[in-house]
Design a protein around this ligand. Sequence first.
Ligand code: TYD
Ligand code: MG
Length: 447
Amino acid sequence: MARAKTAYVCSECGSSALQWFGSCPSCGAAGTLSETALDKPAQHRYAGKGVSSVSLNEIQTQDVQRSATGLDELDRALGGGLAPGQVILLGGDPGIGKSTLLLQAVAALPGALYVSGEESGEQVALRAKRLALAAHDVRLLAETQLERVLAALHEAAPRIAVIDSIQTMWTEALQSAPGSVAQVRECAAQLTRHAKRAGCALFMIGHVTKEGAIAGPRVLEHIVDTVLYFEGDPHSSFRLVRAVKNRFGAVNELGVFAMTDKGLKGVSNPSRLFLSRHEKPVAGSCVLATIEGTRPLLVEIQALVDSAHTPNPRRLAVGLEQNRLAMLLAVLHRHAGIATWEQDVFVNAVGGVRIGEPAADLAVCLAAVSSLSDRAISEKIIVFGEIGLAGEVRPAPRGQERLREAAKLGFEKAIVPRANQPKAKIAGLEVLTVERVDQAVQLLRDL
Ligand code: TYD
Ligand code: MG
C-alpha cells in the first residue's frame, strides 16, 4: 500500500493528522497544523546489522581549524572564525544589511558559493561592484528550488556557502508554499545535512517575523550550530551582530559595524558609540559599564521621570528589561525612600543596544533618581552593579575589565558594588564602593 508522504503536524502537541484542520483535532489549538514530510520508519531495517556505539575516549579529535571571513567583527561574533561544517543562521529585519554583510564576508574567500533566492545574479553583481569587492572567486546561483541548490552544492563543492534567504527556498517534496514553516524547516534540515556531510560552512539568512522570531516559531534555531542576529536602529548607521547560540564559541559576543556608502565597516572601539555627547551634563543620564560577550562596553542609560496624567503611570524600557524596571522602582521606594508612583518612568539604552544583564540595575536607578531630582550626574562617572529586592548592591562579573575600559576612555569616578573594589589601583580612576542602594543615592547627592 502506498504511504502518504506528508502529514499535518500540530506545533503545540505534536500529534499528526492526514488532512488539514483549522484547529488541532487532538489539543484544539487553532492554526497550529502544518504540513511536514514524514520520516520513513527505518529502525527495523538496521536491527541486528551491527550498529555499535564507541567509547568517548576512542574518538580522535582535532582542533577545529577555523578560517577567518573577510570581516573581523563577524569573526568575533562567530567566536573566532568559521569552522568546517558550521551552519549559521543570520536573522534580521528586512533592509538591515544581511545580504551586504555576507557578500562582504565571503568575497575575499576562495571557493565560496552565494545562492540568491531574492535577487537576480545581476543585482548581486551590481552590489559587489558598488562595494568594490574583489569577488573573483565567488560563484553565484540565482535559484530557489532546494533540489537544484543541493545539486549545485554537490557539483561546486564550495568551502563556504550562503543561502539568501531560507524563506525563499522550496522543496518538491512538500506542497505548502515557500516560506511556510514546513518548507523552511525541511529545506534547512536538508541543507544542514549536506553541510555536515561535505564539511562546508553554511550561512542561512532568515527573516525576522513581526513578533521578532526568525520565521517558523524558532524551528530553525534547534537545527543550526550558531544563531546570529543582525540588529540596529534603522535611523542610525550602526549595526550589531549578536550571537545568541553558538556550539563553537561563546554567546552574546557582539560585532559592531557601521553602514557606509561603501558597505559595512567594522568598528573596533565601540564604546564611544553608545555615549551621547551632551555639551554639559544633563539630568537623567548615567553611564553604565557593561560586558557584551567578552568585551566591556560603555553605554549611556537615560531616564525620564515625569508626573503622570493617568491613574496608571507608565513604565517603559527601551533596550532594557521592562519588568526589571518596575522591580527597581519598587526597591527605590522601599529601601531609599524615593517614590515614583505618581510618575511616568521611561528608560532607554542609547544607540539601540539591548542590555540583558542585571548589572545595569544601579545605572537605571541612578538615572531615574537624577531625572526625578533634576540633578545631573557628572559625565565623568561610570556605574555598574546588580540590585536585589532587599536593597543590596550585588557584585557584577568581571568588574576589573569594566573599570579599565572606563579609565581608558577618560572616566574619573566609578560607583560600584563593594565586592568589585579592585585590588590594585587603576590609574586615573577613583572607585567609590556601595553596599546598599540608598548609599549609592546618597553618594550622588554628595558628589
Ligand atoms: P541589504 O543587504 O539588501 O539588506 P537585507 O539583505 O538585510 O534585506 O541592505 C540594504 C540596505 O543597506 C539598503 O537600505 C541600503 C543599505 N546599503 C548602504 O547603505 N550602503 C551600501 O554600500 C549597501 C550595499 C547597502
Ligand atoms: Mg537581502
